[in-house]
Design a protein around this ligand. Sequence first.
Ligand SMILES: C[S@@+](CC[C@H](N)C(=O)[O-])C[C@H]1O[C@@H](n2cnc3c(N)ncnc32)[C@H](O)[C@@H]1O
Length: 243
Amino acid sequence: MKFGIITLFPEMLETMKFGVVHRAIQRKILDIVCINPRDYTDDKNRTIDDAPFGGGPGMIMMAKPLDSAICAAKENLPTAKIIYLSPQGKKFDQALAKKIATADSLVMIAGRYDGIDQRIIDEHVDEEWSLGDFVISGGELAALVMIDAIARCIPGVVGDAGSVMDDSFYKGLLKYPQYTRPENYKGRKVPKVLLSGNHGDIAKWRQKHSLGVTWSKRPDILDKKMLSSEEEIVLSEFIKEQQ
Ligand SMILES: C[S@@+](CC[C@H](N)C(=O)[O-])C[C@H]1O[C@@H](n2cnc3c(N)ncnc32)[C@H](O)[C@@H]1O
């Protein structure tokens, strides 16, 4: 999958050069190209922002350099959706990451200052995506987080695909608790069933605790999810065990 990132701070995207995403770039499963609107200015100060019409605090990213940068990105990635990263957008989640991971390309616009000229949104933007209901200083951090989440959903990016499918949210629930050595840590023991080697029992324990953890930490998820009758039974067993 190819990403074009419109950013004034391409250096921030360099942090993709670690871990799973970096390996995917090396193996050419992922390609991330930054396009800097400052390279599309035509004055000697390379100006990219100006004061808002109507007055008020903050500066606004000007339309022309952004327009040219987006057109350059579109030339290389003609079928890509254009996404503006914005606190006003649709909240980014695992379902969106999974869906967009089937695309072959995507362009993300990282805003700065007090945001971008509205006419760029009207002219180019297909969707606005938000990291959450809070404001950060620039879209680059949002791009980093979203690219990582999307990349994990692309086959071959994470070595063991099973571990992605077991991740929280992938199938609509939170992940069950996990343990590693030692078996006894400061008197806290690993649940016996996980040491039993019985794969059927381990799978049942994990299903029960996945439902249970979701019920106790994120009941809002269960409110929106239709549980099967088997899942209902397993969850009520979990709840009884807590009483
Ligand atoms: C300081 S913010 C501007 C916020 C704008 N004044 C507002 O209130 O909507 C600068 C840039 O950071 C990015 N940004 C801020 N919060 C974000 C969020 N929650 N999700 C995605 N991008 C965000 C956007 O690209 C935005 O243009």
